[in-house]
Design a protein around this ligand. Sequence first.
Ligand code: BGC
Length: 411
Amino acid sequence: MSRFPDGFLWGTATAAHQVEGGNTSSDLWLMEMMKDSLFAEPSGDACDHYHLYDRDIAMLKALGFGVYRFSIEWARIEPEEGFFSAAALDHYRRMIASCLAHGIVPMVTFHHFTAPLWFTRDGGWEDASSVDRFARYCEKAARALGDVVDYACTINEANIPIMVTMMREAVGIRGSGRRERALEEAARLCGGAVAKFAPYLSGNGHAAAPNLIAAHRKSYDVLKAHIDGPVGMTVALNEFQAVEGGEALRDMADQAINGQFLESLKGDDFVGVQTYTRVRFAKDTVLPPPDGAERTQMGYEFYPEALEATIRQAARVSHCPVIVTENGIGTEDDTRRIEYTRRALEGCLRALEDGVDLRGYIHWSMLDNYEWLEGYRPKFGLVEVDRATQARRPKPSAYWLGEVAKGNGLD
Ligand code: BGC
C-alpha cells in the first residue's frame, strides 16, 4: 500500500514563540535575555512570523499542504493576569482568516511551552490554580476565535515536563547547579519567590503532571463549547525500548511519561502524536544511541521507525483517532530529512494497513526556527529562513513532501 486514505490531513507545524518574534511578556523572554542564560541565544525577532504569516501561509498552500498547525500565545493574549488583549485576539483572528482564505485548515494549539511571565512567577503548572487560570484563558480565546478554528489542541506535549524531569533523574546527572541558579535569577528579576518560579520545561515535572492532565480535561470542555471541530491534546512520544534487564525501568517510565497521559484522553476527538526518536532503557539507566548510529543535530538517534510504534501505542492506549501533529529532524543535510520522513511515512502506511485510525501527518517544522535552549542552530524547517532579510527559501524536502501531500501517497 502506498496511498493514504481519502481526506488524510497533510500539514506543517510551528509554535508562536519559535517563529513570531518579540514575545516580550512571556516567561522565556526573560530567561533568554538574562545574564548566564541557559539558552544558547535569545529568540529575538525569530522569523517575524507575527507580521509575515500571510506570506508564509500562502507558501504552504503553493507547496501543496492542506493544514497549518500553529499556536496562539497566551503571553500576548493575557500579558497581565486578568487583562485580555483584544488586539492580540484580533491578530490571531486575522491569521486564521488568512488560512481560510488560502484554503488551509487551521489547527490551533492553545499552549506551546511558553506562558505569561506572571503565571510562571506564581508557580506555573506546579500550582493547582493553573487549571482554572488556563481554562479562563481558553474560554476568552475560544469565545473570540472558536467560530473559525477547525482543529484545536489544548496543550502541546503535556507530558514533556515529567519526561524532562525523569530523564534528568534516570541518567543521574548531578547538575552543575546552573539550572537552579537560572531559576533563582529569573525569580529575582521578576520580583517573584524563588520557590515558586516554575517554567514548563525546567521546573518539577512530577508536580506539574496532575495539573496538566486536569487542565486538559477542563479546557477540553471549555473549547468544545465554542468550537465545532475536533479538539485534542498532543503527547511527546518517543518509542521506549528495553535492552535485556531494562524492562522494569522502561515499563515504569512508560507508564509515568506516556501511559497516564494517553489514558486520560479517552473520549477525546483525537490524540496528537509527536515523535522524533527512540529511547533505550537498560537496568537502572537510559542508554545513549548505539555506537556508530547516525545522530541528528539534537544528538538524537536517526530512527524514523519510532513513529510507527508510537502511533500504534497512542491508538491502543487512548482509543482515540490519531493525528501525527509533529515529526521531523534537525539536520543541515536536507537529503536526510527526506529519507527520515519517507521512512516515517512508510511506518504510517503499515499502521493504516493494520487498521489503525490515523487521520493525518503534520511535519515539524514549516520554518527553520528557534529551537528553545539550542537557539537557531538546529534546522528542523522544510523552509530555510535568512534571519537578516527574513527571506524564505523552500528546501528540496518541502517540494518533495508537498508532492506527497498533493498525490496523497508515496511512490
Ligand atoms: C516541540 C517543538 C520542538 C520540537 C523539536 C517538540 O518537542 O513541540 O517545539 O521544536 O520538539 O525539538
